[in-house]
Ligand binder design. Structure first.
Ligand code: SAM
Ligand code: SF4
Length: 329
């Protein structure tokens, strides 16, 4: 699959549920309204949809959400998708999780051929963790990370940098992650969805975070090989890898290799645009994948060149109305 700007699409991110057992302040409002269950694709339909993308050249598949591990019976989807790893059609099957259910599922994920996972964790302070996630329990997440590592999964930690919240703790978070051989990637807050408070209160540019870290640590740029928005540095003192995802301050769109589908079968070819193509209708319209394949090709043909996020005092509202938990982070 090649889009109108010559970019090859090889990476699919699938939000398998918009629900979550946390309510992170930058992601959701406390009283979120979730999609009616009847609108969701079944796990079998999600499998068919993912398999159609794999047949078209997707090599890396990431399950996300919402919280992917809270969807009932989700391991059956992982298990069935793992056949594409066995055949070699898929290079990588992975997921992004808040870690709350990992203790239960880590061994089975590893058994299904999952090799690496991303766990989102913004702080190691239990009270701050509760304040950021509203509902989360830090100990459960730490136990989940330990279980994943024990199962042989490589874990990367993702942390959203939050003004006046965890920004002072970033060196400690990095020392902890690197000390356990885990990478850390920092994410800037993105203006996605109404969350009931102003983004301007949360936003801290990673250029500032990086400048502060550079006073304490030796940061050496690493070559980019992901086609994604992250830029990586090696940290001399810890020997670990630190990533920066800076959608607000860095234009990464020219190398974008990814598209996203929601749990209702809507394809978004850009995180920062309202563009959307319904794949559920063609999926359900016939048992073979002819209509679905045509719909996918049409949608890829509409992938926009780039995004246009803005957070400033005049634009302190979401530039894209859908939440990250719907689109999939
Ligand atoms: N629940 C899982 C988790 O938290 O890892 C997967 C879904 S979550 C939407 C994926 C990632 O998006 C998380 O790392 C989260 O911190 C990040 N995220 C959510 N809302 C965001 C926002 N408005 N700006 C930047 N990152 C956001
Ligand atoms: Fe849930 Fe992940 Fe959003 Fe937090 S960031 S509310 S864990 S979906």
């Amino acid at each position: 699959m090649t889009d109108p700007f010559g970019r090859t699409i090889s990476y699919l991110r699938v939000s398998i549920t918009d629900r979550c057992d946390f309510r992170c302040v930058y992601c959701m409002s406390e009283d979120m309204t979730f999609l009616p269950r009847a609108d969701l694709l079944t796990l079998e339909e999600l499998d068919r949809l993912c398999s159609a993308f794999i047949a078209k050249g997707v090599r890396k598949l990431r399950l996300t959400g919402g919280e992917p591990l809270v969807r009932r019976n989700m391991m059956s989807l992982v298990r069935s998708l793992s056949r594409h790893l066995t055949t070699g059609a898929l290079n990588e099957l992975t997921l992004t999780t808040n870690g709350s259910q990992l203790e239960r599922f880590a061994a089975e994920l590893a058994d299904c051929g999952v090799r690496r996972i991303n766990v989102s964790l913004d702080t190691l302070d239990p009270a701050k963790f509760r304040a950021i996630t509203r509902w989360g329990d830090l100990d459960k997440v730490l136990a989940g990370i330990a279980a994943a590592r024990a199962a042989g999964l490589a874990v990367k930690i993702n942390a959203v940098a939050l003004k006046n919240s965890n920004e002072d703790e970033i060196p400690a978070l990095m020392e902890w992650a690197h000390g356990l051989g885990m990478g850390l990637t920092l994410i800037e807050v993105m203006p996605l969805g109404e969350i009931g408070e102003g983004r301007i209160d949360q936003y801290v540019p990673l250029s500032l975070v990086r400048a502060r870290l550079a006073k304490q640590y030796t940061l050496t740029d690493l070559a980019d090989d992901t086609g994604g928005p992250a830029r990586y540095v090696a940290v001399g003192e810890t020997g670990g890898k630190l990533g920066f995802i800076t959608p607000m301050t860095h234009n990464f769109c020219e190398s974008c290799n990814r598209v996203r589908i929601t749990c209702t079968g809507t394809l978004h070819t850009c995180l920062g645009h309202e563009d959307a193509s319904d794949l559920r209708k063609p999926l359900r319209a016939s048992a073979d994948d002819q209509l679905l394949g045509e719909a996918i090709d049409r949608a890829i043909g509409l992938k926009p060149k780039g995004h246009d996020f803005i957070i400033d005092r005049r634009h302190d509202r979401p530039s894209v109305s859908r939440h990250m938990s719907v689109t999939g982070g």
